[in-house]
Write a protein that binds this ligand. Structure first.
Ligand SMILES: Nc1ncnc2c1ncn2[C@@H]1O[C@H](COP(=O)(O)OP(=O)(O)OP(=O)(O)O)[C@@H](O)[C@H]1O
Ligand SMILES: [Mg+2]
Length: 271
């Protein structure tokens, strides 16, 4: 049974003009436990909305969402890394990473142990007492990743987590995320990751499967399996003969949707 299964999932919002509009769906989706799935789609097509519904932060307007939670209630089913900077500026790095553990009533000693392990995992040992404003953007995203991982969720929902980073930092963090994901797989069941990105290259580097969403209301328009062997290294992968071909295949599926989204935006602006 898939860990996440959506059937006919839709979301209707009330727009600024007080009229209802369908932002998402119908979406049919099946994610298997341990899969790394990337979602690409034009801006505004409902990617964040889909992630928020899966995270339980928003409710669908129609259809069904079935989740196979095998945690026994000991750890949260999912954790989300939000679009943009989602660190808490008033907390230190240590306190940011400990946040979810504290909420769940995990004792101080265990909390400190988990936090130091996480800081090591995301390469921030030595910055425990720093505040987010003292860190670079890449480091802040590491804090957000550490905070999500500290809760040991079965599913990581990542909404354009590296979108604001420069190209070099982005590749470094992709590599780290792949390492972390490989490590979770080595000690038991790999974490399931659902990762939204605007970058086709990033999707190909990370995912087992890339889902391409249509313009509003966002539906799954195409699905591309990514056959590259793991462990992967972001730069080496780009030399694979299939990389360019797959990248073009995804772009072909995306191009019309991006153009349609642009045309709709221009139309809106003229109204
Ligand atoms: N709470 C809300 N109330 C009303 N409309 C909303 C709400 N949240 C999102 N929307 C609208 O739903 C649509 C989808 O938004 P969403 O944030 O899911 O898009 P997205 O695909 O994540 O876009 P981007 O790539 O720019 O992050 C947009 O038109 C947005 O304005
Ligand atoms: Mg979004």
């Amino acid at each position: 049974m898939p860990i996440i299964q959506a059937a006919n999932l839709t979301k209707v919002f009330t727009g600024p003009d007080q009229r209802d509009f369908q932002a998402l769906g119908p979406v049919d989706l099946q994610i298997e436990a341990g899969e790394f799935v990337c979602i690409v789609g034009p801006s505004g097509c409902g990617k964040s909305t889909l992630l928020r519904i899966i995270a339980g932060l928003d409710t669908p307007s129609g259809g069904s969402l079935t989740i196979a939670d095998h945690s026994g209630g000991h750890t949260p089913f999912n954790a989300m890394v939000f679009q943009g900077d989602s660190t808490f500026p008033w907390l230190t790095v240590h306190e940011n990473v400990a946040y979810g553990l504290k909420l769940r009533g995990v004792g101080l000693r265990e909390r400190d142990q988990v936090v130091s392990r996480m800081l090591q995992t995301v390469g921030l040992t030595g910055f425990a007492e720093a505040y987010p404003y003292q860190l670079s953007g890449g480091m802040r995203q590491r804090v957000a990743l550490g905070r999500a991982l500290a809760n040991d969720p079965q599913v990581l929902l990542m909404d354009e987590p590296f979108g604001a980073l420069d190209a070099q930092n982005r590749v470094l963090l992709q590599e780290e995320l792949l390492n972390i994901w490989d490590q979770t797989g080595a000690g038991g069941a790999a974490k399931t990751i659902l990762f939204v990105t605007h970058s086709i290259d990033e999707a190909l580097v990370l995912a087992d499967r890339v889902l391409v969403m249509s313009t509003t209301p966002g539906r799954i328009k195409a699905e591309i399996a990514v056959p590259f062997a793991r462990p992967r290294h972001p730069y080496d992968l780009r030399r694979e003969p299939h990389f360019g071909e797959l990248s073009y295949q995804i772009w072909e599926a995306l191009r019309d949707e991006v153009n349609a989204a642009r045309a709709a935006e221009v139309g809106e602006a003229r109204r």
